[in-house]
Design a binder for this molecule. Structure first.
Ligand SMILES: Nc1ncnc2c1ncn2[C@@H]1O[C@H](COP(=O)(O)OP(=O)(O)OP(=O)(O)O)[C@@H](O)[C@H]1O
Length: 228
């Protein structure tokens, strides 16, 4: 599903963010990515959805070699990866419904299908009654649920979540985790970077720890392992 072979990332200012990462994530896995601030977690995530390119090494997602990808194939690969950010990144002038529907419009899904599927995911994230609200009219947790609905609306095989609970209080964070667990249960592979010790130690999953740009641990039912 996702494979990295000896992946290195050096930014243009010379920062060595990743130094020889090799991993394999299978279809249906739920993986936490943990590690100290600045360890390289976000860089690792960005490489998977091709926001950044590796300096060296190979990355495969859904069978595609991201480094050999033809330009015209990029939208196809991106459509198979849903991305969730700490700061939600909803379009501020669009309603909850429109934010989600927009993700289907850009891939030119049939109109009839858009309405049905958008309502379906709004229901899944329990926000049907907020369909017409703008992001500013929603709480942080509700905005993140809209962002999750947007990420899954095109049925991607892989969900990349970079600190999805980073801006949320503990109770709201648990709601988001329940939702991600449900999405994983329905078949999506989830890779989630997090600093949330309680979540990692309670909802036991595979844990990949990155330290100074290298894999420090990779455990099947791992622990958070840091004090923050
Ligand atoms: N665009 C960039 N240009 C130069 N250096 C960068 C860039 N992005 C990240 N870095 C550096 O690369 C290293 C890894 O950063 P990254 O954001 O991947 O870490 P992180 O583990 O996600 O940190 P955090 O937990 O604080 O979000 C850091 O030293 C960071 O300063």
């Amino acid at each position: 599903m996702i494979e990295m072979h000896d992946v290195w990332k050096t930014y243009s200012d010379g920062t060595n963010a990743l130094r020889g990462i090799s991993i394999k994530v299978n279809a249906g896995d739920f993986v936490y990515v943990v590690g100290p601030s600045g360890a390289g977690k976000s860089t690792f995530m960005k490489l998977m959805y091709r926001e950044e390119r590796p300096t060296k090494g190979q990355i495969f997602v859904n069978g595609f070699n991201l480094e050999r990808l033809k330009q015209r194939k990029i939208p196809f690969v991106r459509r198979n990866i849903g991305v969730i950010f700490q700061d939600y990144r909803l379009l501020p002038k669009l309603t909850a419904y429109e934010n989600i529907a927009f993700a289907m419009e850009v891939i030119e899904a049939p109109k009839k299908h858009i309405k049905k599927r958008t309502m379906e995911v709004l229901e899944l994230v329990k926000l049907k009654e907020k369909a017409d609200s703008l992001p500013t009219q929603l709480s942080g947790g509700e905005q993140q649920r809209v962002a999750i609905a947007r990420a899954i609306v095109n049925n991607p095989a892989v969900i990349i979540a970079d600190e999805p609970t980073g801006n949320l209080d503990p109770e709201t964070s648990w709601g988001i985790m329940k939702l991600l667990e449900e999405i994983n249960y329905r078949g999506a592979t989830i890779v989630m970077a997090t600093h949330n010790k309680e979540i990692v130690n309670t909802m036991r999953k595979r844990v990949i720890a990155i330290e100074q740009g290298q894999i420090a641990r990779d455990e099947v039912r791992g622990e958070y392992g840091y004090e923050d």
